[in-house]
Design a protein around this ligand. Structure first.
Ligand SMILES: NC(=O)c1ccc[n+]([C@@H]2O[C@H](COP(=O)([O-])OP(=O)(O)OC[C@H]3O[C@@H](n4cnc5c(N)ncnc54)[C@H](O)[C@@H]3O)[C@@H](O)[C@H]2O)c1
Length: 262
């Protein structure tokens, strides 16, 4: 399968290395707004992908992997080359899929793959769509994973002097996306899986935390689903290591003929 990757930061680099050592895939194209990242990555790979513009990469790839930003997702969804029957799009920055729902809804042919990312329990949540009465997401992160978010800057929240954990945001999904655009993929994936409009999001800054923790509570006619995922951050403090592993698992599963979970 010919693969192109948009975004060559932590996740893009690690997925490139996985693909480079896997004969089922051929990495043909890379894209990043920072071209120097592509150059460095190409030097470290055996398969020699080319630096490509987004449209060319989408045209030439059977699997397009987005590991860049919500803006990159919107650009990919707008490409005239994407919506073809044999194409697959794996999206990491899932917040980019819900900013403008029309963009996602117009895609009819391309298969869009969303890894469970940094959370657990999506299989159960997908099963109870339409039966949910309340859905809460509570995210607790160390300070360095939250710094420079628009909500922090706008409200002049001083995280540096924080001694104990503090709730820094409570609101709905829309407000969370505006306030924490780089931390919002978990909430976006949860929304897309649950199809529940009234999700409540709480964000806690914890100066002593070593994990990025996501607690999900879903209540409905079926009972209650509660999951907690304590993630170690990756080299990128905003990105949980589990998010990378879940994307690698999607790639591995493409060949499996046994599918576990729904
Ligand atoms: N779904 C999830 O649960 C989940 C979990 C963790 C991270 N993520 C998301 O995955 C994405 C990648 O994470 P990462 O840790 O590799 O981030 P990163 O910051 O290490 O790398 C992102 C790379 O994308 C590039 N980039 C940014 N905007 C671009 C654009 N418009 N076009 C092309 N390149 C662009 C940057 O220059 C950078 O090299 C981020 O958006 C992150 O928020 C999702």
């Amino acid at each position: 399968m010919k693969v192109g990757i948009v975004g060559c930061g932590f996740i893009g680099t690690e997925l490139s290395k996985f693909i480079d050592e896997n004969n089922d895939f051929k990495l043909i194209g890379l894209n990043d707004i920072d071209k120097s990242k592509v150059d460095i990555l190409i030097k470290n790979l055996n398969q020699k992908p080319k630096l490509m513009e987004t449209d060319e990469l989408i045209h030439k790839s059977e699997l397009i992997i987005e590991s860049a930003s919500t803006e990159a997702v919107e650009k990919i969804l707008k490409s005239k080359n994407l919506d073809k029957k044999h194409k697959k799009l794996l999206v990491m920055s899932t917040g980019g899929l819900i900013k403008d729902p029309n963009l996602l809804n117009k895609i009819k042919n391309c298969l869009i793959l969303l890894p469970s990312g940094a959370i657990s329990g999506l299989d159960a949540i997908k099963s109870v769509v339409g039966k949910i009465k309340s859905l809460r997401l509570t995210t607790t992160k160390p300070i360095r994973g939250l710094e420079s978010a628009p909500h922090i800057t706008k409200n002049r929240i001083n995280l540096k002097n924080l001694k104990n954990k503090k709730v820094i945001f409570e609101g709905n999904l829309k407000e969370a996306i505006i306030g924490f655009p780089k931390n919002i993929n978990v909430a976006a994936t949860l929304y897309l899986a649950s199809k529940f409009d009234d999700m409540q999001v709480k964000i806690i800054a914890d100066p002593t935390a070593i994990y990025n923790t996501h607690e999900i509570e879903v209540i409905g006619d079926f009972g209650k689903i509660k999951t907690t995922t304590n993630n170690l951050p990756s080299e990128n403090p905003r990105t949980s290591y589990l998010a990378l592993l879940s994307a690698i698992n999607i790639l591995k599963n493409m060949k499996n003929n046994i599918k576990i979970g729904n």
